[in-house]
Ligand binder design. Structure first.
Ligand SMILES: Cc1cc2nc3c(=O)[nH]c(=O)nc-3n(C[C@H](O)[C@H](O)[C@H](O)COP(=O)(O)OP(=O)(O)OC[C@H]3O[C@@H](n4cnc5c(N)ncnc54)[C@H](O)[C@@H]3O)c2cc1C
Length: 387
């Protein structure tokens, strides 16, 4: 986005990328349909940036979700608002948008230097490693948009933190965001259910309830509702060592309705078959219930006791999954290091944008919107700087 705005303003722009092709994470986001932004009102939208809301507000107000949609439309990728309010290209893919975008940039004269790994500065030059040689580049202004540290195989590996720390830039530790969590499953449970979804549940943490589908992994859980609670869960684990998440296995039934359904005589049915027949509990959901340390006693629970447990099955989360599997990254360049045009105050002429800044947001299109908006703001910052 910054390259486009700068080239349109008549600047000579070169994009350096360490991978052999551009936009790999953008393409990966396209696998889920490319949730570009969200259609909700600003009163709801802006608080999604949590602690960074104040910082992000003027940037999003200057590059709004409507502007992002118009931009995609202009590139031949009309968008639509899904039932959840999330915005996607009608093609539900990133590749046609990326292709059209790169073509536009080429026409604007933007040059691309692929396989160029940025190593830092020597004197006033940027130094890149290219084909085992070092290449020095002089630039009037530099925009760093090197991403966070999730999915490093797509290019963003967080190696830039050391380069900037050496320049005395404060970097908040990179942490997984929109991530899965670790749970000490029993061998029986993980061997049977890892890779399987538990559908139509609701997660509860700190008074927030998020319905959806969770995925059982070898080492814990992941999925939309988990990501939605991930900031609060991650911070609780950092503070207390673990966090207790509650799972409502039948969010469509009240505790009273469940109690009534569980009053049906069990007769000769096993406990698991009884749960399957009486309240249509799926096999992974039953497995989850039986992960309780007191599993042997559950068969003797009264209907009200069992109903209460089914509405709030406790799971102890012991840590986040590795950042390599997270959707996004929290932490990064401390926002206090940046001026209004996203220039690093300690490095005049060097700007930063995207996920490498210390903001985070849930999934829902807020991440790409934030990246585009910070890119646009940095481009305007560069134009002002050069003038
Ligand atoms: C599986 C997945 C699905 C996602 N889905 C969505 C979604 O639907 N909606 C949404 O809003 N967000 C989504 N995201 C998040 C979104 O893709 C990111 O927030 C966004 O791509 C970050 O953009 P960025 O430009 O800051 O960094 P990146 O897209 O990570 O780009 C940074 C680039 O810098 C390059 N680079 C890094 N270091 C160097 C170096 N030293 N030298 C040269 N080049 C370097 C990297 O190779 C990379 O190409 C998803 C992420 C993942 C992993």
């Amino acid at each position: 986005m910054a390259a486009e705005i700068l080239a349109q303003a008549g600047q000579t722009v070169t994009v350096y990328e360490q991978k052999p092709s551009l936009g790999r994470k953008f393409l990966m986001a396209g696998r889920g349909g490319l949730n570009l932004t969200h259609s909700e009102e600003f009163e709801k939208f802006l608080p999604r940036y949590g602690a960074a809301e104040k910082f992000m507000t003027p940037l999003i107000e200057s590059f709004t979700p409507q502007m992002l949609r118009a931009w995609a439309d202009d590139l031949g990728q009309e968008t639509f608002i899904g039932t959840s309010g999330r915005v996607f290209p009608k093609m539900f893919k990133a590749s046609p948008l990326l292709r059209a975008w790169l073509l536009r940039l080429e026409k604007l004269g933007v040059q691309f230097k692929l396989n160029h790994h940025w190593l830092g500065w020597r004197e006033n030059n940027l130094i890149f490693k290219y084909e085992n040689k070092e290449v020095a580049v002089a630039a009037d202004a530099v925009l760093l948009a090197l991403g966070g540290a999730s999915w490093p195989r797509l290019g963003s590996d967080g190696a830039w933190t050391e380069i900037l720390q050496n320049k005395k830039i404060e970097i908040m530790p990179l942490r997984p965001a929109n991530c899965g969590f670790q749970i000490n499953w029993s061998d029986i449970f993980k061997n049977k259910y890892a890779g399987q979804p538990v559908k139509s549940v609701a997660l509860l943490f700190n008074g927030i309830r998020v319905p959806g589908e969770i995925m059982i992994t070898q080492g814990g859980i992941e999925g939309g509702p988990v990501y939605a609670l991930s900031t609060a869960l991650r911070d609780a684990i950092a503070q207390y060592g673990s966090a207790e998440l509650a799972v409502d296995l039948r969010p469509d039934m009240t505790e009273e309705q469940l109690t009534k359904a569980l009053q049906r005589p069990r007769a000769a049915l096993s406990f698991t078959n009884y749960l399957r027949k009486a309240i249509s509990l799926s096999s992974p959901a039953i497995g989850l219930l039986l992960e309780q340390p007191n599993r042997a006693e559950l068969g003797r629970y009264s209907p009200p006791q069992l109903a209460a447990l089914l509405k709030s099955v406790p799971l102890t989360l012991t840590g986040t999954s590795h950042i390599e599997r997270a959707i996004s990254t929290a932490g990064g360049i401390a926002l206090s290091e940046l001026d209004n045009g996203l220039m690093l105050k300690k490095l005049p002429g060097v700007f930063a944008a995207g996920e490498m800044l210390d903001w985070e947001a849930p999934t829902g299109g807020y991440l790409l919107q934030g990246c585009f908006a910070t890119g646009a703001a940095a481009a305007h910052g560069i134009i002002n700087f050069l003038n």
